[in-house]
Design a binder for this molecule. Structure first.
Ligand code: URA
Length: 310
């Protein structure tokens, strides 16, 4: 915890605003955030985003539009009668972004490359907008290991398919490693918001982040499979023993890039199945829709409590 504080203070300005670890940006006369359809020259980013406190990300545009409407109700944010929320990034044709008072709700697509590109631009957006001490959340879906479908998992750290807790990226022909650390206190604070009478469990554990949904997650049902069911079960049992409770495809990049930027972050995912019992996502759509609201509920509890304290 101490270490993460020192780390933060090295990359943030004293007033909490996000400092970019890139000297080039302030020398440019404008910065185009291409995949968000925004720019520091074309938009007044301080006016548009200066009051942001929470950045919530999840895979699909629909889910993040739903979350925006849900958090609007929860925090009592009002928009003019007869209007709907606007997708600020609609003309990027890549990601969707909604703003509800101090909350941004953004889709990140599937996988490490997609979420990584988005994070570069959202972290720069925080810098241009002079946002202070933003908190980033990923609200997603995952496969569980040894836990029932519909369980909420808060990640204590992210590991790759080799159980290494860093993101490795080739840069100029060299592999650069960034620790995939998440804020442990934030994870505990979120866990404390689980209600005793929630009709599902909320657990903390390690999250494995893979580069693939099928072979990379030890599934037998992809277009290709070159291992046996026994080998699959040995691997899942091994990672479970190492503390992994769920598998998804974005946490490694999410944890590594927010940590590198000195931004507090957490990953909260709902399990769609127990991978010790199967590979296919079999639950009916209505059940899946109900499950996907669970991480949103937890984050909404955190945000509403934060806003009430002020
Ligand atoms: N997302 C994943 O990455 N894996 C699953 O099994 C379910 C959702």
């Amino acid at each position: 915890e101490n270490e993460s504080f020192q780390y933060d203070s090295a990359v943030r300005y004293r007033d909490g605003s996000v400092r970019l670890r890139n000297p080039n940006i302030e020398l440019m006369d404008q910065d185009i955030l291409y995949h968000l359809a925004l720019g520091s020259g074309s938009h007044d980013l301080v006016e548009m985003f200066g009051d942001v406190k929470f950045v919530c990300m999840g895979g699909t545009p629909k889910r993040m539009e739903q979350f925006a409407n849900y958090i609007m109700k929860e925090i009592g944010h009002k928009i003019p009668a007869g209007t709907t929320l606007l997708d600020i990034s609609q003309y990027s044709y890549r990601y969707s972004m909604y703003k509800v008072g101090p909350v941004l709700s953004i889709s990140h697509g599937m996988g490490i490359p997609s979420v990584g590109i988005l994070l570069h631009e959202v972290i720069k957006l925080m810098y241009h907008a002079k946002v202070k001490d933003p908190v980033f959340f990923r609200i997603g879906t995952c496969g569980g290991i040894g836990i029932e479908g519909g369980t909420v998992v808060i990640s204590e750290e992210a590991v790759d398919g080799m159980l290494n807790s860093y993101l490795e990226l080739p840069v100029l022909g060299q592999l650069v490693r960034r620790p995939a650390k998440l804020d442990r206190q934030l994870a505990r604070d979120l866990k404390a918001l689980a209600h005793r009478d929630d009709p599902y469990d909320t657990v903390i554990g390690k999250t494995m982040c893979t580069y693939d949904f099928y072979e990379g997650q030890a599934r037998l049902d992809g277009a290709f499979c070159e291992f046996s069911e026994n080998e699959k079960m040995d691997y899942l049992t091994k990672i479970h023993k190492a503390g992994v409770v769920n598998i998804e495809m974005e946490s490694l990049s999410f944890a590594a890039l927010t940590h590198h930027a000195g931004i507090q972050s957490a990953v909260v995912c709902v399990t769609l199945l127990d991978r010790l019992k199967g590979d296919q996502v079999l639950a009916p759509k209505e059940v899946l829709d109900e499950w996907q609201i669970r991480p949103q509920q937890l984050i909404a509890r955190y945000i509403t409590r934060y806003l009430q304290r002020r």
